[in-house]
Design a protein around this ligand. Structure first.
Ligand code: ADP
Ligand code: S3P
Ligand code: MG
Length: 193
C-alpha cells in the first residue's frame, strides 16, 4: 500500500486495534510485525506475552499446566492488551475457541489470515514450538483443528488469503481493513441527520 494510503488508514482507524486470527502457521506473527510498521502501530504477540507472564516457554506451560492453564493465561493477556490502543496483535490460533475472548476481540478489527492446510503443512513440518502439533500426524491434527475452528474464524471482520509474499499479504490486509473502515464511515454518515 502506498505510504499516503497507509497514513490515511491510520487516521481513519483512530487508534482501533487490529487483531490477527487464524490457524497456526498462517503468518499472524510474521505479517503482524509488518502491518504494525506500516500503520505506525505497536506490535504485540499474545504468545510472547503469555511466555513472559508465565516465565516459561509455551511447551513448558502445556506440559506443566495443560492446555487449560495455557488458555486461562491467554484470556488474561488478551484482556490486558485490549485496554490499549494503536496495537497490531498477533493472537494464537486457538484464541477464537473461548467465547469470552470475543468480548475483547470485538473492540478491534478482527482479521482472519486464511491458508489451506497443505500450505500450513509445508510451513509447520518439523516445528517443535507448538505443543498441539507434536507426536501426532500433522495433516490429521491440522484438519481436526480446522474443523473445530473454521466457524469461529468466519466471525472475523475481514478474511485474507494469506498465501504468497509477506509484503503482498500485508498490503491485502491493509486494503481489506480500509474497506471495512470506509463502510463504517458510510454507516455513520447515513445515520447522521
Ligand atoms: N507468507 C508466507 N509464506 C511462506 N512462509 C510463511 C509466510 N508467512 C509465514 N511463514 C512461515 O510460516 C511459519 C509460521 O509463521 P508465523 O508467523 O509464526 O505464523 P503464526 O503466528 O500464524 O503461527 C514461519 O516459519 C514463517 O516464517
Ligand atoms: O492453535 C493453537 O491452539 C495454538 C497456536 C499457537 O500460536 P500460533 O497460532 O501463533 O502458532 C500457540 O498459541 C499455541 O501453541 C496454541
Ligand atoms: Mg504466532
Amino acid at each position: 500500500m502506498a505510504p499516503d494510503l497507509s497514513t490515511r488508514l491510520t487516521a481513519d482507524l483512530k487508534g482501533t486495534n487490529i487483531y490477527l486470527v487464524g490457524m497456526m502457521g498462517t503468518g499472524k506473527t510474521t505479517v503482524g510485525k509488518q502491518l504494525a510498521q506500516q500503520l505506525g502501530y505497536r506490535f504485540l504477540d499474545t504468545d510472547e506475552l503469555i511466555e513472559q507472564a508465565a516465565g516459561q516457554p509455551i511447551p513448558d506451560i502445556f506440559a506443566e499446566s495443560g492446555e487449560a492453564g495455557f488458555r486461562a493465561l491467554e484470556t488474561q493477556v488478551l484482556s490486558q492488551v485490549s485496554a490499549y490502543t494503536r496495537l497490531v496483535i498477533a493472537t494464537g490460533g486457538g484464541i477464537v475457541i473461548e467465547q469470552m475472548n470475543w468480548s475483547y476481540l470485538q473492540y478491534g478489527v478482527v482479521v482472519w489470515l486464511d491458508v489451506p492446510v497443505p500450505e500450513l503443512m509445508n510451513r509447520l513440518r518439523g516445528d517443535r514450538s507448538r505443543p498441539l502439533l507434536q507426536d501426532t500426524d500433522l495433516k490429521d491434527r491440522l484438519e481436526t483443528l480446522w474443523q473445530q475452528r473454521a466457524n469461529r474464524y468466519r466471525q472475523a471482520d475481514v478474511q485474507v488469503q494469506a498465501v504468497g509474499g509477506v509484503g503482498a499479504i500485508a498490503a491485502q490486509v491493509l486494503e481489506a481493513i480500509g474497506a471495512v473502515v470506509k463502510s463504517d464511515r458510510a454507516g455513520v454518515r447515513e445515520a447522521s441527520p
